[in-house]
Design a protein around this ligand. Structure first.
Ligand code: BGC
Length: 442
């Protein structure tokens, strides 16, 4: 058993800047259920076995009030969610007022609870009619998207503080047009380039339109940013691969959409080491399982807290940065606790280095529908029992809640990091002090 170092009384909690946003994120198709007019619903029906279809998902379309109350009770002060284009415009040019009213209610419920609201307008799914016309490969989709925004935003703008036009355009293009794992399941670099270009045009035009329509000038994207390193420090080829991957994955979309971001939104999940002896292309879906001595998630993605520090300092800009997603798929909730404390400690260090990070949204508030992987990966602070839609708050959610409430990482959380930390110990220590008999480590 590891020895716990003696407490140093001069150690202070890691205090985050005043007004820091503490939240969690979800997306409509992954939690709402019954998204029947979308391309994903159609694709699941024809391509996926029943267990891998979104179906009722978490039924958050009906249970949103309960979900938001849980987030509120967990001391979160911000929430990221998306609205579903396929519900609002199920057929070309026909906007469903009842669905717009539904989202007004949803957003009002967040505002009534005093949340800062971050709203995503496109999170991977399209109305089926848009997909049938060629989806993002078709430049007309940019016009359709703008028409959707122009119609819906005047109804909801009073409830929204931050607008995310697009979620992870790069990941979408890789999964849908290069790896061919998501609809429309193409494997075409040419189509991938068209789709990427059109997504960039969509963002630039949506940015301008939102500035005209909404009083809030907080418009950006949620961009999947990865940390890369060379397995052999002295390998020139591996270093070159790091530079190229960083440019393509982390910077290219920003270069295509220059001057159209009020903030930088980062979704952080991956660290990759390039190892020439194993081929230069890392297996993105597998992560670094073979190369690392670190813990990994249930999806094999490496837990590498330093990576978030690296990407934050690399993207340092004068604009505010929001971590719009960061989370772990794990049925081992102690691992989630370690993940949270470890990553947040690195976010704190980045802030100390002068990076203007203003908020953190854990992915995800709830276990949910993880796209082609179905329901098995468990990302939630809150566990869902899909047989009866019951919510059960995981211990790690209470650890996150303590951090949000005090706007800091209490020092004793850090002392336990690197030991056999688990949420029960962290919380017991908090309430009963160092001499308490909390689990096996005291
Ligand atoms: C996406 C989410 C997804 C999460 C975990 C992000 O890339 O925005 O929709 O569930 O990663 O894979």
């Amino acid at each position: 058993m590891d020895e716990i170092p003696k407490e140093k009384h001069d150690h202070k909690p890691l205090k985050f800047p005043d007004g820091f946003l503490w939240g969690a994120a979800t997306s409509a198709h992954q939690v709402e259920g019954g998204n029947i007019n979308s391309d994903w619903w159609d694709w699941e029906l024809h391509n996926q076995p029943p267990d891998f279809r979104s179906g009722r998902a978490c039924d958050s379309y009906n249970l949103y009030e309960e979900d938001f109350q849980i987030a509120k009770d967990l001391n979160q002060n911000a929430h990221r969610l998306s609205i579903e284009w396929a519900r609002i415009e199920p057929r070309e040019g026909q906007f469903d007022e009842q669905e717009i009213d539904h989202y007004k209610k949803v957003l009002r419920s967040l505002k009534d609870k005093d949340f800062k609201v971050m709203l995503t307008l496109w999170h991977f799914t399209l109305p089926k009619w848009v997909a049938d016309k060629g989806g993002w490969e078709n430049p007309k989709t940019v016009d359709y998207f703008l028409r959707f925004i122009g119609t819906v935003v005047p109804h909801i703008k009073e409830y929204v503080d931050f607008w995310i036009t697009l979620n992870e355009p790069g990941v979408y293009v890789v999964m849908s047009y290069i790896l061919g794992e998501w609809p429309p399941q193409m494997k075409s670099k040419v189509m991938a380039a068209f789709a990427y270009w059109n997504l960039a045009q969509a963002h630039k035009r949506a940015y301008k339109l939102l500035h005209q329509l909404a009083s809030s000038k907080n418009v950006g994207i949620a961009h999947n940013v990865q940390s890369f390193s060379a397995y052999h420090k002295h390998s020139l080829m591996e270093q070159m691969a790091v530079i190229m991957a960083d440019l393509v994955d982390n910077h290219s979309f920003y270069l295509l959409t220059d001057n159209s971001h009020d903030f930088i939104g980062i979704n952080y999940y991956f660290h990759h080491r390039f190892n020439l002896s194993k081929g230069l292309i890392p297996n993105l879906s597998k992560g670094d399982t073979d190369e690392t001595t670190h813990e990994v998630s249930d999806l094999g993605w490496e837990i590498h807290p330093q990576g978030i520090f690296d990407v934050l300092t690399d993207l340092k800009d004068h604009k505010p940065i929001y971590i719009t997603e960061c989370g772990i798929a794990s049925t081992n909730d102690d691992r989630r606790t370690r993940f949270l404390i470890g990553y947040l400690q690195e976010v704190f260090h980045a802030i100390e280095e002068g990076v203007p990070v203003k908020g953190f949204f854990y992915w995800s508030l709830l276990d949910n529908f993880e796209w082609h992987r179905g329901f098995e990966p468990r990302f939630g602070l809150v566990e869902i029992d899909y047989t009866n839609q019951k919510r059960r708050i995981r211990p790690s959610a209470y650890v996150y809640s303590e951090i949000a409430k005090s706007n800091s990482i209490p020092h004793h959380f850090l002392r336990l990091l690197g030991h056999t930390i688990n949420a029960k110990d962290v919380l017991c220590y908090k309430h009963n002090g160092p001499k308490a008999l909390c689990g096996h480590i005291y």
